[in-house]
Design a protein around this ligand. Structure first.
Ligand code: HEM
Length: 377
């Protein structure tokens, strides 16, 4: 329930053992002034350092300020522990060059080559109102009210400079980022996050997650790229699918989470194994085969997604799914080729629809006295 250190080499909220709840928001800047953008990032950083430490925002906080002014902190987290709150920032492509090609903040030449516009993938049905954004902030906490309080207050601080483009609540982690965590289940009822990058894999994290000196640009070294996808699940259709078909689609057992043909969740997947019927145990179009590093030039992702149910869709179906979040060193070598392969052949596609999307450059961690993204300017 305690605090997670805000300052450090890398931003918190990436390898931090995944918390239970998410409030993710993207913001569009309404200002065109570079100094106002810098001032916003400074104010956000100061506030983030306080609330992640479990303190009120501002000098007077929620209840001790002048009676005539709105309180500096909205107050709903007073008395709650920070519940491992982390706040992680990322910069979208439109911060560098907008859709019309304008260099709004003099940052066009600072745009990392790896911060590409995501291509269209087969089956994409993206809602522009739930995609993109100049800046993304991921708030994760074990307490939903703490995560919501954080986004709400950052939005409030940004009033007049920026506005919320969209936001997403998530309520059950769909991955683990540490071997100390048990693997949770997604809304298909399957263990999710078994074969994920974990914080204990330190050498692999340098290879697959953190931007290295040789990758450049300098301001991103120690950072990572985030791809977000709002993936709607057709859960009513899924729920009418047989157990063996569900397991065949994923390529793992529903109970144990073990690869088909194996007994333990963490057994290596045997992609050659065949059953007595002569068929491959893990089919050529099973999700875990198509997503596995051995069929993707070694590419891996640090997945950190959440379940969501946003009411119903007016057609008698739950608006439910997985808010997919994946961090990586270079989306051109990781998310894009993996998703291209999944979009083409994954048998899971019958049950899912990608309806929102984002890509963000998440700078390295903040040091005391500096602010989020300082080296970008
Ligand atoms: C593995 C579910 C979307 C990449 C898995 C596993 C499940 C699963 C149950 C097996 C357990 C594990 O190792 O984590 C889903 C569902 C999705 C979805 C329900 C959509 C709603 C995606 C997307 C990507 C992706 C969009 C990337 C583009 C992976 C990777 C693995 C994996 C890399 C690990 C494969 C391995 O190395 O064994 N997913 N997934 N998944 N998924 Fe997904």
């Amino acid at each position: 329930t305690g605090p997670v250190e805000f300052y450090g080499e890398h931003q918190a909220g990436i390898t931090t053992p995944v918390q239970d709840r998410l409030h993710f928001a993207t913001f569009d800047l309404t200002t065109t002034k570079r100094d106002e953008l810098i001032s916003l990032l400074k104010k956000w950083t100061a506030a983030a350092a306080l609330i992640t430490a479990g303190r009120d925002i501002g000098q007077y906080g929620a209840m001790n300020g002048p009676a005539q002014a709105p309180p500096e902190d909205t107050g709903e987290a007073v008395g709650l522990p920070p519940a491992r709150l982390t706040l992680t920032i990322g910069f979208g492509t439109s911060l560098f060059v907008d859709a019309k090609g304008n260099d709004r903040f003099g940052l066009a030449d600072r745009r990392p080559a790896a911060l590409v516009d995501l291509p269209h993938f087969i089956g994409d049905n993206l809602d522009p109102a739930r995609s993109g954004g100049d800046i993304a902030i991921q708030a994760c906490s074990d307490d939903p009210q703490v995560a919501v309080h954080a986004i709400r207050n950052l939005a409030r601080i940004g009033f007049g400079t920026t506005s919320v483009r969209y936001s997403q609540l998530g309520f059950g982690r769909t991955s683990s980022t540490s071997r100390a965590q048990t693997t949770p289940r997604n809304l298909f009822g399957f263990k999710d996050g078994t074969n994920n990058l974990k914080l204990e894999d330190t050498a692999k994290l340098e290879d697959q997650l953190w931007v290295q000196q040789e990758d450049g640009p300098e301001w991103m070294v120690g950072g990572a790229y985030l791809v977000s996808r709002r993936i709607r699940m057709m859960i009513e259709t899924w729920d009418r699918t047989s157990l063996s078909e569900q397991e065949g689609i994923v390529g793992r057992g529903k109970g144990t989470g073990a690869p088909l043909g194996k007994a333990d969740e963490f057994d290596a997947i045997d992609f050659e194994a065949k059953g007595s019927d002569g068929e491959l145990k893990v089919a050529t179009e099973a999700h875990v085969r198509l997503a596995h590093p051995s069929f993707n030039n070694g590419a891996e992702l640090l997945r950190r997604g959440y379940n969501f149910v946003d009411g119903s869709d007016g057609l008698g179906r739950l608006d439910a799914g997985l808010f997919f979040l994946a961090y990586q060193r270079d989306p051109r070598k990781q998310f894009i080729p993996v998703q291209r392969q999944l979009a083409r052949s994954d048998v899971m596609n019958e049950y899912i629809r990608h309806v929102g999307s984002g890509i963000f450059a998440c700078p390295p961690g903040v040091q005391t006295g500096s602010f989020w993204g300082e080296k970008l300017f």
